[in-house]
Design a protein around this ligand. Structure first.
Ligand code: CP
Ligand code: NVA
Length: 306
């Protein structure tokens, strides 16, 4: 494993190892045990999109591992003024030990990883958000005591979160039901890859336009914003089309009685989810946000430690 670009690239064993390491690092950090596994290493963090959780968790995580996180806003680096991905990769590999990138184009991340001989971590593209899903799987495991055999229902936009959740569920042995409006289905290539993974590893993928079908007896209920970064011009149209996909108290009742509610955040209360659900007793959104820190520390250790 040189990079973390997509959970589709990982084996089930690699996913399990990252989750176990995340849990171990979390316990150590809570116990006040220093773990400077990346002492003297520097992670370059390229952001061409906004972030709260991702920036904080990578910066804090790298610091807790004894390394140095270097924040590189695309407003400030030459990439934002048209320098090529190739030249950026070649310069960065001379001075950094790893690169984390959040950007629009998934191809840019693939190109960066191809040209840089240091690890590249995908911290969200328009297509995928693998770091979030590692944290999500870790959180579901902590609350449910297992992952294999659980049913996760994702209701909403067929976006980067839906894609990475499908990949993650297939590798971790969860059944995954995705409900999207017909015009906002998941990417066809991602679905084809995910179908292969589900078949190979033995859990079930359900794709539907019916949120009630997806959520039925689910152990984990997941939603995300209807207006992802870059989609702002479509906001009104999306809010209209997606309203029947709102995760509200009435829909949530159809999940298993002890279901947990998850959301990668940022959330928009009153749109994709109502307050009674996201702020209710079954919501685990802040455990999920915290686990970004621990899961990503595991990723950085596996990719960047000597
Ligand atoms: N969930 C997530 O990636 O949050 P940020 O956009 O705040 O980083
Ligand atoms: N789908 C959202 C996820 C944010 C973490 C977006 O891409 O904006």
């Amino acid at each position: 494993m040189k990079d973390l670009i997509s959970l589709h690239d990982l084996t089930p064993e690699e996913v399990e190892d990252l989750l176990n390491l995340g849990i171990k690092l979390k316990a150590e950090q809570k116990a006040g045990k220093e773990h400077h596994i990346l002492k003297g290493k520097t992670l370059g963090m390229i952001f061409t999109k906004s972030s709260t959780r991702t920036r904080i968790s990578f910066e804090v995580g790298m610091t807790q591992l004894g390394g140095y996180p270097l924040f590189l806003s695309s407003n400030d680096i030459q990439l934002g003024r048209g320098e090529t991905i190739y030249d950026t990769a070649k310069v960065m590999e001379r001075m950094l030990d790893g690169i984390m990138i959040r950007t629009y184009s998934h191809q840019d991340v693939l190109d960066l990883a191809k040209h840089a001989d240091i690890p590249v971590i995908n911290a969200l593209t328009d297509l995928l958000h693998p770091c979030q899903v590692l944290a999500d799987l870790m959180t579901a495991y902590e609350h449910k005591g297992k992952l294999k055999g659980l049913k996760l229902a994702y209701i909403g936009d067929g976006n980067n979160m839906a894609h990475s959740l499908m990949y993650g569920c297939a590798k971790a042995g969860l059944d995954c039901a995705v409900a999207t409006p017909d015009d906002y289905q998941c990417d066809a290539d991602v679905v084809a890859n995910a179908k292969d993974d589900f078949k190979k590893y033995g859990s079930e993928l359900i794709l539907t336009n019916d949120p009630k079908e997806a959520i039925k007896d689910a152990d984990v209920v997941y939603t995300d914003t209807w207006v992802s970064m870059g989609m702002e011009a479509e906001k009104e149209e999306r809010q209209r089309v997606f309203m029947p996909y709102q995760v509200n108290g009435e829909l949530f009742k159809l999940a298993a009685p002890d279901a947990v509610f998850m959301h990668c955040l940022p959330a928009y209360r009153g749109f994709e989810v109502t307050e009674d659900v996201i702020d209710g007793p079954q919501s685990i959104i802040f455990d999920e946000a915290e686990n970004r820190l621990h899961a990503q520390k595991a990723v950085m250790v596996r990719l960047m430690a000597d």
